[in-house]
Design a protein. Structure first.
Length: 255
């Protein structure tokens, strides 16, 4: 072993560490600006509708026994839900709107920086893993019996989740959201998010901000858009399922 070479390597690492720390701090600050812009948009529109006093969770006898014995409700990895086409519908829909919107960008500074590969706005393709527990506003719905009883005796458990949302009782990165079935409403929601994201990116790239393009793109800009569209990927369903009037308890886990 060469002691001199080893000392040089240690010195190089020591010099690089402050730069890495500063870069991470800057990325966190920029993500915060993207997030604040989306939150300001959310504050300008009506708040999400509160859940009904009672929502119904369809399950089997084993499911009932598990819930009552553990005093807990287990969410499922979305990759193994009953109908995988639910996720592909939302992913394809969101990706199409994002691609259409980015193709119309005329800003000469921003346009060449925008990602061109499909699905880049879907965080679940890369780092985050969502777990979901499903509820229905209807206590006795044939399609739910077919989907959740697995050939066994089925049960519809009425639960009051309103207190959790009203008093901040949900754990971090956990949300209760109503599923959206109307394609027009889905389109409006995605467009709003993407347009705010684009305007924020433009403002960050303004010469007055003294930022380089590589400070913003591809990251943290892509991470910010993925975060803003995470719920949309999980709460959009085909209008054919509208009778379900579904709500979803979502837990996001980084992997």
């Amino acid at each position: 072993m060469n002691p001199r070479r080893e000392n040089e390597d240690v010195a190089t690492e020591d010099r690089q560490e402050p730069r890495i720390t500063d870069k991470r701090r800057q990325m966190d600050e920029l993500r915060g600006e993207f997030r604040a812009a989306q939150q300001a948009r959310a504050g300008a529109i009506p708040a999400p509708r509160e859940p009904p006093r009672r929502l119904h969770h369809y399950t089997t006898l084993n499911g009932v026994l598990g819930i009552t014995s553990s005093h807990s409700l287990w969410a499922s990895d979305v990759r193994y839900m009953n109908d995988a086409s639910e996720l592909s519908y939302a992913a394809d829909f969101v990706s199409e709107i994002v691609t259409e919107t980015l193709a119309k960008v005329e800003n000469e500074v921003l346009r060449p920086l925008l990602p061109g590969y499909p699905g880049f706005a879907n965080a679940f393709e890369y780092v985050a893993r969502p777990f979901v527990a499903c509820f229905c506003e209807e206590e006795d719905l044939l399609s739910q019996w077919r989907g959740y009883r697995s050939g066994e005796a089925g049960y519809s458990l009425g639960m009051d989740l309103s207190s959790l949302t009203a008093f901040g009782g949900l754990p971090p990165n956990t949300y209760l959201r109503k599923v959206v079935y109307d394609p027009d409403e889905q389109r409006r929601e995605v467009l709003n998010v993407v347009e705010i994201w684009l305007r924020t990116a433009e403002s960050l790239l303004d010469v007055a901000r003294d930022l380089h393009a590589e400070d913003v793109f591809p990251y943290p800009a892509i991470w910010a858009l993925q975060e803003a569209l995470a719920e949309h990927h999980l709460c959009f369903k085909h209008p054919a399922f509208a009778e379900e009037r579904e709500w979803r308890l979502i837990k996001l886990v980084d992997v």
